[in-house]
Design a binder for this molecule. Structure first.
Ligand code: SAH
Length: 213
């Protein structure tokens, strides 16, 4: 299997036709070897137009959703990003190509450790990962220019809005446990605006400002 050509086909058939126009996002996703973030048996399907299991009941998001959320963050090279839900670390690696530093929090230690191993293998040095409840953010490193939550919650955790810089962008799936709306929240001159960009299905955001277990 030629993974590089599968990656190019993913851009051509899944991302560009659906409106992913930010060249930096397209370049990042053509660089990051997505197949290395899934288990061996699933590698040949890693560039398919779907999410896939990564163990412990969690999933790696569909490529289009990774691209859409990343594009919505409008990252600049010198910025700092907070990611909630490291999972396998794929989205982390994409963000690391587009920002100066990525802080990523995963609730499940086993996933955090596995993601860190893959990120180390790819020499992603500007991503700092930890195991914790991300609904509380990471106050020590705040404020963040951008925040991305890759699990669906009942509402936007207040701690994350507080830790967002001004100006700043936050993207998060909000809804019930089955389906959510992908919300982009912007903070600018002390004002907060929100709009919905897509209907999505994410695994649950579990934590003190998310769903209960
Ligand atoms: N971006 C990931 C998506 C993983 S699925 C990827 O591409 O692989 C969402 C992840 O969010 C799961 O790994 C889940 O364990 C994690 N998660 C759920 N609630 C969380 C919380 N409160 N804090 C941190 N991580 C959380």
């Amino acid at each position: 299997m030629n993974f590089e050509s599968a990656r190019m086909r993913m851009l051509r058939e899944q991302l560009i036709p659906r409106g992913i126009t930010d060249q930096r996002v397209l370049d990042a996703m053509s660089d990051v070897p997505r197949h290395l973030f899934v288990q061996d048996a699933l590698r040949s399907q890693a560039y398919g137009d779907f999410s896939m299991p990564i163990g412990l009941g969690q999933t790696i998001s569909q490529p289009y959703i990774v691209a859409l959320m990343t594009q919505a963050l409008e990252l600049k090279r010198e910025e700092t990003v907070l990611e909630i839900g490291t999972g396998c670390g794929y989205q982390t690696a994409v963000l690391a190509k587009l920002a100066e530093r990525v802080f990523s929090i995963e609730r499940l230690k086993e996933l955090h450790i596995r993601a860190r191993q893959t990120l180390d293998q790819l020499q992603v040095l500007n991503a700092i990962c930890t195991t914790d409840d991300g609904t509380l953010g990471w106050p020590q490193y705040s404020p963040f220019d951008a925040i991305i939550v890759t699990a669906g919650g009942p509402d936007i955790p207040k701690a994350l809005i507080d830790q967002l810089a001004d100006p700043g962008r936050l993207v998060i799936p909000i809804g019930d446990r089955e389906t959510q709306e992908l919300v982009v929240l912007k903070k600018e001159n002390g004002e907060i605006s929100r709009h919905v960009i897509e209907q999505v299905r994410f695994v649950s955001l579990i934590g003190s400002q998310g769903w209960h277990q």
